[in-house]
Each structure stands twice: as C-alpha cells, then as structure tokens.
Write a protein that binds this ligand. Structure first.
Ligand SMILES: N[C@@H](CCC(=O)N[C@@H](CS)C(=O)NCC(=O)O)C(=O)O
Length: 240
C-alpha cells in the first residue's frame, strides 16, 4: 500500500496515472495547496520542498521502514524500478525513458508552469514574460512533435516519460498553444487520453476536488504566490 500525498494538479496526476496503470493499491492523502496544507509539519517531513506530490512506500523492497519520496520524476522512477513496469529493461530503452522523463522535469514542467503563471495568474500583464514562456512552451511542443513522428510514445513503448509529459499537455489551450499545429503530438495525446487508467486517474481527481479550475480566490493567491523562505516558515508555524 502506498500513501500518495496529492492534489489535483498536473504533477499530482502523474502519480495516480502510474498507480492506475500498474494496478497498485494506494491511499490518497489530499494536500489542498490552495488552503496552505503543503506547509503542515506532517507533509513537510515527506516533502521538504512544500510541493505535491509525495509518496510513501510502506513495503519497500529491502523490508525496512517506509521510504518516502518527493519530486514527481523521482517517484515515477522509484515506482517503475520497484514494479519493473512502464520503463524499458534494456540499457538503451531505459536511458531513453529517463532522458524524456528528465526532459519533462527540467523543461516542459517548469516552462509551462511559468507560462501559466504569467499569462493566466499574474495581476500585472508583462508582455515580455508572457511571450518568453509561451514561445518556450511552443518550442518544446515542436521538440516533442518531432520526437513522436516516428514512434508511438516518447521512449518507443508507453512509459513513465509519457505519464510525466501528458498532464502538462492537457491544458494546451490555457498554455496559448494549438495542438492541431503538432499532428504527431496530437495523435499521441489522444491515444493517452483514451487509456482507461488515465480516465480513472482524472476521475479520481474529480472525486478528491470537485471544484477544479485553478486558483480563484485572493486567499489562494496569497498562499501560493510570492512565497519566500520567511513566508514559508510563517505559514508552517500557522499550519501546525
Ligand atoms: N518539480 C516538482 C514540482 C511540484 C510542484 O510544483 N507542485 C505544485 C503543484 S503542481 C505545488 O505543490 N504547489 C504548491 C505551492 O506552490 O505551494 C515535481 O515535479 O514534483
């Protein structure tokens, strides 16, 4: 049994997609980031970066005490290694999978996050920042589209690399992109969207948080934006 410290965001979906695909039992521990639950002491012990997701494996392979992991890419790799699923076993396939997993973690995730922030959330509309991140996301869509021109999935077979990437393509319209400009990416996107495990993972998100739709209130904005080391300390003291 795994505990998944989770909220209904792209990085959260990555983990529920894996667990659904692999048919593993798991318990969701909701961490409502709009309410500041990411600052609670209990959560910070498993995720010192005060970000979801985090995972606790109560039955690690060495038979020892539970292992906790934060960073969605590290969690996906841990689960793939533990189960032997959704990552190629040969050295070349494994290397490709890890490469595209890291491509998401170091490129698409951060750039799409900033793009969303400056285009949709920033109170001050800064054309330079908006263009920079929208363009960078557009460039990354082009990289992925090319990669998918001659293979079904990012690393050949469906893998943790696709699970990391997919939730960040779901909001393509909000990202100021037109998926129709990227036919290979669109084909890949539709194939993953139709997978029963992916449908189950997104249904689970609706159960956990029926009021999805981004950050709406002034209170949520104050909690999520402009965090500093000192503000996190204060929020942690308040959250208990
Ligand atoms: N690189 C991290 C990023 C995690 C992340 O940014 N999580 C967001 C939700 S998608 C979060 O927890 N935000 C809470 C906050 O900003 O305080 C990962 O992939 O796990």
């Amino acid at each position: 049994m795994f505990d998944v410290h989770y909220w209904t965001t792209p990085n959260g979906h990555k983990i529920t997609i894996f667990l659904e695909e692999a048919g593993l039992p798991y318990k969701i521990i909701p961490v409502n980031i709009g309410k500041g639950e990411q600052f609670k002491a209990e959560f910070l012990t498993v995720s010192p970066n005060n970000r979801i997701p985090a995972l606790v494996d109560h039955a690690p392979a060495d038979g020892g005490k539970p292992i906790s992991i934060f960073e969605s890419g590290a969690i996906l790799l841990y689960l793939a290694d533990k189960t032997g699923k959704l990552i190629a076993r040969d050295i070349r396939g494994r290397t490709e999978t890890i490469q595209w997993l890291f491509w998401q973690m170091g490129n698409l995730g951060p750039m799409a996050g900033q793009n969303n922030h400056f285009s949709n959330y920033a109170a001050e509309k800064l054309p330079y920042a908006m263009d920079r991140y929208r363009n960078e996301v557009n460039r990354l869509y082009g990289v992925l589209n090319k990669r998918l021109a001659d293979r079904s999935f990012a690393a050949g077979e469906y893998s943790i690399a696709d699970m990391a990437i997919y939730p960040w393509i779901v909001p393509w319209e909000r990202q100021g992109q037109n998926i129709a400009d990227f036919p290979h990416l669109k084909r890949w996107f539709e194939a993953i969207k139709a997978r029963p495990a992916v449908v189950r993972a997104y249904d689970k998100a609706k159960e956990v948080n029926p009021n999805q739709g981004g950050i709406r209130t002034a209170e949520e904005r104050a909690i999520l934006f402009g965090q500093t080391a000192a503000s996190v300390e204060r929020a942690a003291a308040k959250a208990g």
